[in-house]
Design a protein around this ligand. Sequence first.
Ligand code: PHE
Length: 426
Amino acid sequence: AEQSRIDINGASFVVDNWTNVTPKILSYVGMQKHLQTNHPLSIIRQRIVNYFYKTYKTSRGNPLFSVYDKLNPVVTVQQNFDNLLIPLDHVSRNKSDCYYINKSYLLRAHTTAHQVDLISSGLDNFLVVGEVYRRDEIDSTHYPVFHQLDAVRLVTKDKLFERNPDLEIFENEWREIQGNKQKQQLIHSSSKCLDQSKQPCHTLEAVKLMEHELKQVLLGLAQDLFGSNIQYRWVDTYFPFTQPSWELEIFYKDNWLEVLGCGIMRHEILQQSGAHNSIGYAFGLGLERLAMVLFDIPDIRLFWSNDSGFLSQFSEKDLYKLPKYKPVSMYPQCKNDLSFWLPAGVDVDAGFVPNDFYDLVRTEAGDVVEQISLVDKFKHPKKGLTSVCFRIVYRHMERTLTQTEVNEIHKRIADACVKNFNVVIR
Ligand code: PHE
């Protein structure tokens, strides 16, 4: 029998009884909202990346961290779970929680899925940003596709103990350990290891030094985003890939808000990635959660909106001045363009003042106009006349406007322009 297949990003996958990804979900692959100019998720991404660029510099003054923000969200079960020591019976592997392409592939459920590959390729300090896919409830804070930022920082003995060369990262008896045997045991045991002290292989001095740096840098990030006066707390937690592990919570608008998860990386992960001489920290955070709080965005669906009433409220011109979102009407927009020739010798801001045009539109159309933008302007090469095109976005605050109604208003504006500005409608 012919096997059915799914094509994603130019690769073809066999469908099997694990497949649960839908065409609707696959339509989000490649949208890259975290890279879209002026998008709130892109603004938060840039704030975090800039914070790391300025916090960590090489001896030559260059950023220490490299950024990976275009990695393919199609990953293997090994990348998303096995490599990170996530037990075989861990709930996060369930079909009810993930979008599986088939038994071996899924849409990544966290950006941590790329950790082992990037370390194996030789990287010591990196950030990964991208969308992740999880099956979940539907409400104002949950959406099946959202964005995460992950980070890894690795250091070796000479860096960590620069000023104390007598100290060691590893306990003597752990200096060269039994490798894969460990990993197999871990993945087959479902018992959570909530021992917050340290991994047996590490010295207390090494862990405490890493913990100190990790907490200082991440608190600095939270203060960069939320202000230096925040109230915060570190909460012990469990991740299969870090030990000890913490969550950073900040007190914001009467609630304790979970900002990120982090910890000292499990040494088995570094061993299998060829970084057996290093100790590392890792953390991960969700961009939507931060953006919703920082911009006052009330509904997670808005991040997928192409509505200019939403998108036009955010600008990356000044990353350090985050505006509060003002809700716009939920009734549909209606866009109409208006093009005209200006009179001879007149140009934009030379005889034709756009603000005059905006006032005329307000007079003729009132509050149903949500937005106006100059979308085109050119000079006729022979006649020397200037042509302008304005896009007018109409939206009623309380009801859906009909196209006929909009056409009528649009016509009124055009007539008033001819009368007041002496223009010729195109
Ligand atoms: N991957 C974790 C999550 O999705 C976050 C995390 C990343 C925690 C790295 C610790 C270290 O919740």
